[in-house]
Design a protein around this ligand. Structure first.
Ligand code: FAD
Ligand code: NAG
Ligand code: NAG
Ligand code: NAG
Length: 502
């Protein structure tokens, strides 16, 4: 590359980084919103908060609504027995990482959160993903924090974390949360104003209506059932409210049993046993979308996550794992020898169990584009029920928390003398989450358009976002060569999550 191209690129990079740094240093909305999270209002709002879906979004929303409403009911067909594996959540057993804002929020909602994580066999560690791009490390932003104070995050399997949250919600004797095992079938509304009742089919097949509705929260995840309920109740829900594309990805999570005597034999350096991910490898591949990540999780387990495009023959048995990952290697530096050795050792002695998934399409129900009168005043949707992203970016739980923070703030803003929700509340909620949700949707979608197998949103071409992808690659390459760029890159990731802006 000629010198002037390098100089030109460097100056563009510096300019954009400077702009980003400035941008990122303005406080994102949730720094303030966090202050009122977990604070109950004095005069509760009348009616029951009906939470449809009892997974991550449902549990967080129920806890928040308990601060605002006289009663809270969680309806979910699989909510009764906390120990039973969830069959309706495709990714229940997939390896998960948790971003700092989610943990921050959870600690405010449940002051004993860390204790419960610990007693469930989990631990918290530095939120350092040990990211290696094409084999070269991209350092976590340690320098931006005082020594030892990088934000922390739990290293825990998703089912273990979900059980902790479930127990915290249902065992809370100070709040009025009850559980109804069943499926929400629809809602009825009075004119266009508000939802009046919620129809529930119980596990024995009988059907009942819940009245005295304060608020209805759609937390049904990928089902995104709310828009169907509203349509059936007579609201005008155009078909183009729902946007969808398919990143066409496969995910495989391999869980190993690693009792202490086996753990002692693994050649993992001490420092990497204390970070949230042991090692994360992203090949230098301008087109594909693949990664390998190794986690130390709760109760003497470890997880290996492999992601690739549809079509790639992901390993299905232990002996296929090491050859597959070897074939993945980029050209800047090979995956560290100790990582390959650890994986080989685990495949042989760690009793691997496989969880293989074809990721379903990404989708966004853009409720904020409806005219306010097309929404009943007391309807909200949180988590995947409104926006379901490419899981590679690990935003699922943090998105639930962002939605919860917005809802909590708006509920606190309802005047104390008012006992129900004011007209337009629903529209205000969707407007308030729209900038962040749209930014998450745009940045991840446009990234995915660089993948040759990705199928774009109807009416869009994959040319969209070309400059962004070019810049993203340059930034990643620069980050592997320069610690300051890397630290800004780390900040940039944090900033994306914090501000939701691109
Ligand atoms: C492979 C994969 C890996 C991921 N990795 C990460 C990660 O590392 N980090 C991260 O933060 N996120 C990750 N995510 C995203 C994260 O898993 C989701 O964002 C999260 O599960 C969303 O929670 P939710 O409560 O909105 O929906 P879900 O967890 O899908 O739960 C929906 C619930 O609604 C219930 N339900 C459905 N219909 C009805 C109805 N009609 N009535 C009553 N109940 C109903 C279901 O039974 C279920 O309990 C990943 C996703 C995938 C697919
Ligand atoms: C993990 O260990 C804890 C503490 O020893 C125990 O209470 C819990 O049941 C275990 N959980 C799993 C999923 O094995
Ligand atoms: C939750 O409450 C039940 C019933 O009161 C009790 O048996 C159980 O031990 C509690 N669980 C936790 C984790 O506190
Ligand atoms: C819970 O709701 C019931 C019935 O609606 C009510 O009698 C009770 O006082 C409430 N309890 C709390 C802790 O708010």
């Amino acid at each position: 590359m000629s010198l002037h191209v390098v100089l030109w690129m460097t100056s563009i990079l510096c300019l954009l980084l400077a702009a980003w740094q400035k941008f990122c240093h303005s406080a994102p909305p949730w720094i303030k919103q966090l202050d009122s999270l977990g604070q109950p209002r004095k005069q509760k709002l009348s009616g029951t908060a009906i939470i449809c879906g009892g997974s991550i979004a449902g549990l967080v929303t129920a806890r928040i609504c308990a601060d605002h409403f006289e009663r809270v009911v969680i309806i979910d067909p699989e909510v009764e027995d906390v120990k039973k594996a969830k069959t309706r959540i495709m990714q229940y057993n997939a390896a998960h990482g948790f971003l700092a804002l989610f943990i921050n929020g959870a600690r405010r909602l449940w002051p004993t959160f860390d204790l419960e994580i610990k007693s469930a066999g989990g631990r918290t560690c530095a939120a350092d993903m040990q990211l290696h791009y094409s084999g070269l490390p991209i350092l976590a932003p340690y320098k931006k924090y005082p020594p030892g104070q990088l934000p922390d995050t739990p290293a825990i399997r998703r089912p273990t974390l979900q059980k902790v949250m479930h127990t915290l919600v249902v065992n809370d004797s100070t709040s009025n949360i009850t559980i109804v095992p069943g499926t929400v079938r629809g809602v009825t509304a009075c004119g266009d104003a508000a939802i009046q009742s919620v129809e529930v089919r119980h596990l024995d097949g009988t059907q009942t209506s819940l009245h005295d509705v304060g608020i209805v929260a759609d937390c049904t995840g990928a089902t995104q059932a709310g828009r169907k309920w509203l349509k059936a109740a007579g609201f005008t829900i155009p078909n183009n409210l729902h946007h969808s594309y398919n990143a066409q990805l496969r995910y495989i999570t391999i869980t190993f049993a690693v009792p202490p005597d086996l753990a002692a034999k693994l050649p993992i350096p001490e420092a990497q046993t204390q970070t949230s991910v042991v090692y994360l490898y992203v090949p230098h591949n301008e087109e594909g979308s693949s990664l390998v990540a190794l986690f130390i999780t709760d109760n003497d387990t470890m997880q290996l996550l492999i992601e690739d495009s549809y079509g790639a023959a992901l390993p299905q048995t232990a002996v296929e794992i090491v050859p597959f990952i070897t074939g993945f290697q980029g050209f800047d530096a090979p995956i560290r020898a100790w990582v390959m050795e650890t994986i080989g050792f685990l495949c042989e002695h760690g009793n691997p169990s496989f969880d293989s998934l074809k990721i379903s399409p990404q989708s966004y129900v853009q409720y904020h584009n409806l005219p306010p009168e097309s929404l009943p005043s007391n309807f909200v949707a949180l988590g995947d029920a409104t926006l379901q992203l490419n899981p590679t970016f690990g935003h699922g739980f943090v998105k639930v928390m962002m939605n919860g923070l917005a809802l909590n703030s708006l509920l606190h803003a309802v005047h104390p003398s008012v006992t129900g929700l004011p007209a337009g509340f629903s529209a205000r909620y969707f407007q308030s989450i729209a900038p962040c949700m749209q930014a998450l949707w745009d940045s991840t979608r446009l990234h995915d358009y660089g993948n040759p197998t990705c199928k774009p949103v109807e009416g869009e071409t994959k040319d969209a976002g070309r400059f962004m992808r070019w810049f993203e690659r340059r930034l990643l390459s620069a980050a592997t060569q320069d610690e300051e760029v890397a630290s800004v890159f780390g900040m940039f990731e944090t900033c994306l999550q914090r501000t939701g802006h691109f």
